[in-house]
Design a protein around this ligand. Structure first.
Ligand SMILES: Cc1cc2nc3c(=O)[nH]c(=O)nc-3n(C[C@H](O)[C@H](O)[C@H](O)COP(=O)(O)OP(=O)(O)OC[C@H]3O[C@@H](n4cnc5c(N)ncnc54)[C@H](O)[C@@H]3O)c2cc1C
Length: 200
């Protein structure tokens, strides 16, 4: 994620600021908000230091050229307020967590990059938020078989089972909340299972 000095120096938390740190602060993540002289060299330098964790990921040689083109295209969208690539800011949800429009931009989710540096970079990677697939459970956190019957002694909660929220993300806390709730249901139910004897 590349951003300019106006964003970096803004004190505002608006616009779901993370992972961009507040001015003067560097967060716990190693690469948060590095000020860049030459984006291509410096981003690649950072990636070189992380190869152990990334499986050898390095920057594409065309990055510098592509970045210039991408910024130019993005600036055009920001000036007109219409993002022809990703539709930023078209849906109400896209605007809901944004701050006010930046000067000169009709769309609160975009603003043209400053024509001069410095610019900053955060390396963004994937993480697991929630699951839609996986074993289905019932209201007692029992894992169900293909005929929707509970499998004796098998319980599940959290990301290792299909979320009780299905395809929805109900809002902040919906994943941890459901994990805790179903974990809490699973405990007493598992403890109430008849004791099983073992033969060797
Ligand atoms: C960036 C981010 C922000 C989030 N923000 C929110 C939020 O604001 N509110 C919210 O409700 N949810 C949030 N979530 C989602 C929430 O964190 C997860 O849904 C929740 O942590 C899942 O809990 P879990 O116990 O099911 O799985 P995990 O927390 O992933 O626990 C699984 C554990 O199993 C361990 N493990 C894996 N394989 C093995 C193995 N073979 N042997 C032994 N141990 C193993 C892992 O190391 C891990 O400790 C966020 C997630 C992310 C990534």
């Amino acid at each position: 994620m590349i951003y300019d000095h106006t964003v970096a120096s803004s004190e505002s938390w608006a616009g779901m600021r993370q992972p961009m740190p507040l001015p003067g602060r560097v967060g716990g993540v190693r690469d948060q908000g590095r000020r860049l002289g030459r984006p291509d060299r410096e981003v690649d330098g950072e990636l070189a230091g992380l190869v152990e964790h990334t499986g050898g990921l390095r920057l594409d040689p065309a990055f510098k050229e592509n970045l210039a083109e991408t910024i130019e295209r993005f600036n055009g969208f920001a000036e007109s307020g219409v993002d022809a690539d990703f539709g930023r800011g078209q849906a109400p949800i896209g605007r809901a967590w944004n701050g006010p429009n930046r000067e000169g931009s009709p769309n609160p989710t975009m603003a043209p990059f400053a024509s001069e540096g410095p610019c900053y970079c955060v390396i963004v990677v994937c993480g697991m938020l929630d699951t839609n697939g996986g074993p289905v459970t019932d209201t007692g956190a029992r894992v169900l078989d293909f005929d929707d019957n509970p499998i004796p002694g098998l319980y599940g909660a959290g990301n290792c089972v299909a979320s009780p929220a299905g395809q929805g993300y109900w809002g902040p806390g919906a994943t941890i909340g459901l994990g805790i709730t179903y974990g809490h249901l699973a405990g007493p139910n598992a403890a109430a299972e008849p004791e099983k004897g073992f033969t060797y």
